[in-house]
Write a protein that binds this ligand. Sequence first.
Ligand code: DPP
Ligand code: ZN
Length: 844
Amino acid sequence: PTTVYLKDYTPFGFTLESVHLTFDLAPETTRVKSRVLFRPDLSAPGRKFFLHGEQLKLLSAAIDGKPVTPVITPEGLTCQVPDKPFEWTCEVEIAPAKNTALEGLYMSNGMYCTQCEAEGFRKITYYPDRPDVMSTFTVRINGDLPVLLSNGNAEGKGDDWAEWHDPWPKPSYLFALVAGDLVAHPGSFTTCSGREVELNLWVRPGDEGKCAFGMEALKKSMKWDEEVYGREYDLDIFNIVAVDDFNMGAMENKGLNIFNSSAVLASPETSTDMNFERIEAIIAHEYFHNWTGNRITCRDWFQLCLKEGLTVFRDSQFTSDMRSAAVKRIGDVIDLRARQFPEDNGPLAHPVRPESFQEINNFYTATVYEKGAEVIGMLKRLVGDEAYAEALDLYFARHDGQACTIEDWLKVFEDVTGRDLGQFKRWYQQAGTPRLKVEESWEDGTLRLTFTQSTPPSAATPAPLPQVIPVAVGLIGPNGDELRETEVLEMTKATQTFEFSGFPTRPHASILRGFSAPVILERDLSTEERAFFLAHDTDPFCRWEAGRALALDTLNAMALRGAAPDAHYLDGMIAVLRDDALDPAYRALMLGLPGQSELAAAQAEAGHTPDPDAIWTASETLRQTLATRAGDLLPKIYAAAQVDDPYQPDAEQSGKRALAGAVLSLMSRLDGGTTASVQYARADNMTLKLSALACLLRAGKGANDVAAFYEEWRDDRLVIDKWFMLQVAEAPPAKAVETVKTLVQHPDFNWKNPNRFRAVLGAFTGHHAGFHRKDGAGYELLADWLIKLDPVNPQTTARMCSAFQTWRRYDTDRQALIRAQLDRIAATPGLSRDTTEMITRIQG
Ligand code: DPP
Ligand code: ZN
């Protein structure tokens, strides 16, 4: 496979004046005609007329009406073209019904749909399929189907055709087409300048009742982007379509967003509070792309974080405004540590802006998205809110309609603030999570904090240099009072000391408030000191973090040395449980334990070899001990956290249900599931149903309810995904492999559907002790399924390979077992480029 490098970027050498496409839809023989006006850029002498195209049957091609015979390779075609503007026409045939990879034009439940990001358009027709080539599109769809959609505004339609025109120049990855038997949930939005926009959420008949929440989320997003970023919508119509077979969450195609149905359809009976929150965020995310991604796009795919980091940052601001900022921040940190840290500290480590790739689909990663968003958060913290707003205004004004780079992005901040962001740019260029060590000293009324940063070298970044690290620090007195305003220390060197003077007694330093930088903080604190922060820190993140650190320490001591559960942790949690003044959602987060994979990472970081069974046992023991200690307290808190009002998926009610769920899971360890049974029987919403069913399964009592649940919901794909997922997640470690082996025999295990595949195999890779079974049966099972899925859907296969990325953490026996599976996958004849690249990188 060939490797593409950032440094090799060259412009296309032709401008596209316009694009006309005509689709004659048929499942196995769709015809696509294209007519494109090319104008050669005469100042680009080395220009080469190369059009991408894969798996296409070329029927005819012509330049200015004269037939031509291009040279065709598996990647595309080349052709002699004139040194003056010309019209390229061609016709190809494709087979959407045979497209199981779900890239390009494919079919899902009898409906035609597309996914073109990153490089799917080349499976639709021959075209310069690169994000820096932008043009206006006019699309004619011929097909005998009730609904025919494409980007932009509707130009006309008849019984079996429709025409669409998108006036905004766009790259091909934002092209979309949808055709099928769909119904609309309609809505409308009046923009800040008074334009009426028609809104539609298109779904399959039967799903009409699951649209209202998504539609409201869309309107809120449109309003928020006007108010906070000054961004107005720019077409007469905005369509969202729900699709069951989709590799990702959703896609921001201009004026025609396509969503995985799991990321848009919701109702109280079928969706959990977490589903609702995620849907609200994804709708916002895709909508926000209209400006950060579509109006201003990426010059090449190395710049993916330009649109994704910024858009994730924007959607997290939106969620913070709609719900609780503290809860959102903590949730984001949990997610970053669970998904991005392992990537950044293993064989798949890459910079936020990678410098090479073989398959770009493999770089839609937590590093590009979530670390990319963290980098923007740091930038905002460093320059301040006002300068951030000014820089964004300049970014939109200066680059509207362009395909840009990280250099363009940083330049607007430099121009607005006069700062040199040369060193800050390393956040985009260097892989690896910086370790930030802090040492404290106290003398004559002065507290000195000495920070030392170091980033472990990786294949992607063999010699990391010091980065700019904003460290938010607060100082707290012995009673918990704030002694001074939180200050953002700006660390730029490898080692740096900051002084705080004039205190009669030694203050407590609350460090990395709000998780002000995506680093691993190394700080030797006594258990007493952590307990102090857990009780007194006024920064919600640091307070939560203190509890987390206590949990981590005690779990590691239990797993590694057979220690008893730490009293400070238990006392601290009892105090949290009792503290009615705390937001229930926050209390629920406090009660959560670090993930078992996170514990394994922490042990490996400290030079130990993690034992998945010991980690599982320690986690169970600690939960059981906390439940016993809390005892009588639990039913009272559970009762207080009940919601009497009709179900709403808002922050307030969700927070109460989250707390009730956390408490129920403790109670079930004492009452054997009695309370959970009652909750399960009474629940009128999926959040309460699922939290109860999980407790019953853990108590070994859920078999009948699981069977009844299936009968009740067998016609609802999204609920059945949950049914599969829950059984895997709640299986005891020794039974996880067998549970998966049984579930894949189920007639509803449609493994070609990415959601269903992930519900079973994805949940399995998240079951730390089950997946890492000592005899390697888990590794073999996953490898079997990856080998089976790869020829059908390389993208989803490649993504799931990352379950193996942490293999060097474990003992030599497990390493050998995993290595054998990696070798077996790598040796599979015809393995896709996607999976080959992932496995090769993981092998290291
Ligand atoms: N561009 C898409 C998104 O992140 C990727 N599927 O929203
Ligand atoms: Zn995105």
